[in-house]
Design a protein around this ligand. Sequence first.
Ligand SMILES: Cc1cc2nc3c(=O)[nH]c(=O)nc-3n(C[C@H](O)[C@H](O)[C@H](O)COP(=O)(O)OP(=O)(O)OC[C@H]3O[C@@H](n4cnc5c(N)ncnc54)[C@H](O)[C@@H]3O)c2cc1C
Length: 434
Amino acid sequence: MIEQLIREERRTPVAGVCDILVVGGGLAGVSAAAAAARLGKQVILLEKSIALGGLATLGHVCVYLPICDGQGNRVFGGQAEEFLRICAKYSYNTIPECWQPGTKHVEMPAKRYSSEFNIPACILALDELTEDLGIQVIFDTVFCDVILEGDRCRGVIVENKSGRSAYLADYIVDASGDADVCYRAGCRCESLPNIVSHWTYEIDTEHIRENLDSGEARKLIRMRWFGLRPDADNSKTEIPQYYGDTVEGVNGYIRTSRKLALDYLKKNDRPGLAMLTLPFMPQFRMTRRLIGLEEFLLHGEHVPNSVGVVCHSMENPAAHHEFPYGALIDSRVENLLVAGRMVSAGGYAWEIARTIPCCVFTGQAAGTAAALALDQGKRPLQALDVAPLQKTLEDTGVEIHMEEKFLHGVSEKKFNHNPKESGMSGIQLDTLAY
Ligand SMILES: Cc1cc2nc3c(=O)[nH]c(=O)nc-3n(C[C@H](O)[C@H](O)[C@H](O)COP(=O)(O)OP(=O)(O)OC[C@H]3O[C@@H](n4cnc5c(N)ncnc54)[C@H](O)[C@@H]3O)c2cc1C
């Protein structure tokens, strides 16, 4: 058996050159691309599937977790607030009326600032957004390798229907969810195993009859969950866990989760029930992340190079945290940034970093940082002047530093952990499983 092939020499055509190249069109990648395009940069966005949104659309996670802290304070502003509205733009909109765009505080008791959205409508809204901003989106194109020149990443190699080609850029944002670009560039990374959990949607004539009078299409479709919940004790389960950064792990996850769906159909074989769709990307939560120049950690203190305030939308949201710029970059590669669920976030902070609001926020911060580094004379990201970055983000509504009263974590007394009682609006509560 041949164990290794010697790679042949080959000429690779350059398919595109731009200022900022974004790999991965999940919500983090779209956010990064949008932020850079808005600052006048030429942006190319590469996506291996045929739609934008990543886990939020192809992975069926259509619940934009709250961008407020459960005490009436908006935490995420800027594009994290804008994207919440974009996701819900062309279909049912479950954003509570008390939260108008730009509102920073509402009186308690208030419903959480969140929304459930319709997946196809969200995909179409993201198409529209990227087109309006002049972002060149290239679908059906898989990132394969990096082109390194010393400590700079000159571009990437991709494969698609046209064959193998290269894209070159001054700055590259890895928003692949799995730190694919970072890993190929030799950056330090961490991987975690994942429990199997599988979201699907179904129609059931019984359920439709019960909800028909609501007049809401959303209530006629039912979400169905297979596998394990992240908040349960999974120590005794026989369902294996999988890493999302190997072909064996991805295939194992897909097969196991689909088998659970098939078992369900076998047990519920009746004419009134039909499964509507299966997810089109494996629903991994944490696959691989960068261990960057700095780590985003939870300590409740001011961070001088903060690019924004974040919180965990569901678990103790009253505790605010500042996110350091250094968690978006590698210590060595001069022009590579990360965005989304693969940023440099250590321990429990990774749980915060992977929620949709935080992914959109880090996307905006990464796209903005890339654009400003270009303006600062193609400066290495490690030497970026952070003050203009903070100012640019602040101008869009991002809070850079938390108020003094939020320092060292706010007392949880006022926060009610039960989402039902704290007024989550519009969301089928059993779907909340971030
Ligand atoms: C089961 C489950 C439930 C969840 N529940 C919630 C919830 O209720 N609310 C919430 O806010 N968050 C929830 N999350 C977390 C949240 O959905 C994700 O963390 C977030 O959507 C990730 O966004 P992202 O853009 O960083 O990554 P992704 O959405 O993973 O996007 C990465 C994109 O990159 C593309 N890509 C990957 N590799 C390549 C490559 N080599 N070349 C080109 N393109 C590539 C992918 O196709 C994808 O489009 C949940 C996650 C899971 C798995």
